[in-house]
Design a protein around this ligand. Structure first.
Ligand code: IMP
Length: 430
């Protein structure tokens, strides 16, 4: 298959970065289609850790084209900073990066609003990353957002920017009781950086359509996870974009026929950062040791992640909304030494058992997980390169996840390094 999307099936942080990086070797083009620098893909290459927030993971492979589609919201200065870092540390050639004219910009007032709202929300806070992503998408929908193509006429851009700043400052001061932001500074910064941004702009939809027609291999790199999707996640404790596979169409300007396979990434357990329902959440010593062992601290914000068992009810939801072709089950090495291991196989809601989410997402909060216990293993997994290298109990665990979710396992992650992955089926070369 030539066109493949990778999506998170949980609340993000499933280890997508490593799988995307692995598949990027076989791709010609890697595309981000939603979200912004609230995402953080952690990839370890030869022992060196890279955290990519905006630039697609293809950047770590020489010669791959990286595309940021119209569905993303991009903080222009954060993008330039990331490009510079990649140039220095990885010899990244900026000519290989394309940014959609139609992508929206995240401006300092978006961050200020995001943070002020969260600070005032107290117990109702969503626990956002504070990067202004929600407010930027709000402006997109309100049709007041600034897009990269606005930079082509700086006078018009400046007028619109100043109008926005006036409006946002009134809101920040009067409603959020927060400090206003300095519009002149933003104008200055954008005037200075504009010439660095313009060379990246292109009609990425046209570019991708003709590349696909020419038989190029395209990897669509989803950020966050299905349960953070604005429509299908645990609303309102979600991010503000469509993180599911269909976001790849609206977020790039291609039709559904442009995608041949969707690979869903699931960690062998579950984590989430920020507030919101989490039926399989655990606490105490076990949660603390999984957090330590798995390095479960937000890559974007450093926050400790909440920890829970694998949830097959949400796995099934994810399989449906993404049309999953396969699953990559990651970080199984983190579960070594845990015995027994629990899997949530159904929900108990108002005295009844459900195999799928009972009655809309609100019922997730009130559902009790029904667990099944599987025997653990003590063996070191990181050298396994094929399924037959895995201990019998690890195989059993992986097979049970596949059976419960109803999707084949295409990959298994057994360690942080690039090579520590069992590839059962590569969607580009199945
Ligand atoms: P926002 O995307 O910053 O608005 O945050 C909304 C919610 O999504 C919060 O619970 C964040 O912690 C969560 N979130 C956003 N991006 C990620 C991610 O890449 N991994 C995990 N959680 C995320």
């Amino acid at each position: 298959m030539n066109t493949v999307a990778v999506v998170g099936t949980q609340w993000g942080d499933e280890g997508k970065g490593k799988i995307i990086d692995l598949l990027a070797r076989d791709a010609d083009i890697v595309v981000r289609f939603q979200g912004g620098n609230n995402a953080a893909h952690t990839i370890v290459v030869d022992g060196e850790k890279f955290i990519l927030r905006l630039v697609p993971a293809g950047a770590l492979h020489p010669g791959k084209v990286c595309v940021i589609g119209n569905g993303a919201v991009v903080d222009p200065l954060a993008l330039l900073g990331e490009i510079d870092d990649l140039k220095k540390r990885r010899g990244f050639n900026p000519k290989n990066l394309m940014l959609s004219y139609e992508a929206h910009m995240v401006m300092p007032y978006h961050r200020a609003i995001d943070r002020a709202r969260e600070a005032r929300a107290g117990k109702r806070a969503i626990g956002t990353t504070g990067f202004g992503i929600g407010p930027a998408y709000e402006d997109k929908m309100a049709r007041t957002g600034l897009r990269f193509d606005d930079l082509s006429n700086f006078k018009l851009f400046e007028d619109r920017l100043r109008r926005n700043v006036t409006e946002k400052n009134a809101y920040l001061k009067a409603v959020l009781k927060a400090k206003p932001i300095n519009g002149a500074q933003i104008v200055e910064a954008m005037k200075r950086e504009r010439r660095h941004l313009l060379p990246y702009l292109c009609d990425t939809g046209e570019y991708l359509a003709s590349a696909i027609a020419d038989g190029k291999r395209v990897l669509f790199e989803g950020a966050h996870g299905t349960m953070l999707d604005i429509d299908h996640g645990t609303y309102p404790y979600v991010t503000s974009s469509n993180c599911i596979a269909s976001g790849a169409f609206s977020g790039t300007g291609l039709g559904p026929h442009s995608l041949e396979a969707v690979l869903g990434i699931s960690k062998g357990y579950t984590t989430r950062v920020g507030a919101g329902p989490f039926p399989t959440e655990i606490s105490g010593y076990l949660a603390d040791s999984l957090r330590e062992e798995g390095g479960e601290f937000g890559s974007a914000t450093g926050r400790p992640r909440r920890i829970g068992w694998y949830d097959a009810v949400l796995g099934r939801l994810s399989a449906r909304v993404n049309g999953l072709w396969g699953l990559a089950v990651t970080k199984l090495d983190v579960l070594t030494g845990i015995d027994p291991i629990k899997i949530c196989v159904g929900y108990q809601f108002k005295g009844k058992r459900y195999e799928t989410v009972p009655l809309g997402r609100h019922s997730i909060e009130a559902s009790k997980p029904i667990f099944e216990e599987l025997p653990g293993w003590t063996e070191h997994l990181s050298d396994a390169r094929q399924l037959s290298d895995l201990p019998a109990n690890t195989r059993r665990y992986v097979d049970r996840i596949a059976e419960l979710v109803g999707v084949q396992v295409a990959m298994v992650g057994v360690g942080a390094d690039r090579e520590a992955t069992i590839v059962v089926k590569n969607p580009f070369t199945p």
